[in-house]
Design a protein around this ligand. Structure first.
Ligand code: FES
Length: 99
C-alpha cells in the first residue's frame, strides 16, 4: 500500500494576464505552470541552465530548491526578485511578472 503525502498548494498568478494555477510546496513553479497549460509557457532545459524561464516575483515567498546559473541570474537580479521558475518552489501565494 502506498502512502500519499499531502503538501500545501499555493495559488500562483501572472500579472496583467488571466493566468492562474496552483503549485505544491514540493513542486517547481515551472512544472506546475506546464501542467496547468496556462498561457504560453517558455521553457528549455528545466534545470537552471538556459535562462529561458526567467520571471520576476512581484509578491510572495519562494524557496530556491535548485541552484540558478549566475550567467542568467545575477546577485542584482535576485535582489530584484528575478528567478528561474524551474528552480523555485512557492511558500505562499505568488504573483509573477514577465521580464
Ligand atoms: S528552463 Fe532552462 S533555466 Fe529554467
Amino acid at each position: 500500500m502506498t502512502e500519499s503525502v499531502r503538501t500545501f498548494r499555493h495559488v500562483v498568478r501572472v500579472m496583467d494576464t488571466d493566468e492562474e494555477f496552483t503549485c505544491g510546496e514540493d513542486e517547481f513553479i515551472l512544472d506546475a505552470m506546464i501542467h496547468a497549460r496556462t498561457g504560453p509557457v517558455r521553457h528549455g532545459c528545466c534545470g537552471g541552465g538556459c535562462g529561458i524561464c526567467r520571471m520576476k516575483v512581484e509578491r510572495g515567498s519562494i524557496f530556491a530548491a535548485k541552484r540558478m546559473s549566475r550567467e542568467h541570474i545575477s546577485p542584482t537580479d535576485l535582489e530584484d526578485g528575478i528567478v528561474l521558475l524551474c528552480c523555485v518552489q512557492p511558500r505562499g501565494e505568488v504573483l509573477l511578472a514577465r521580464v
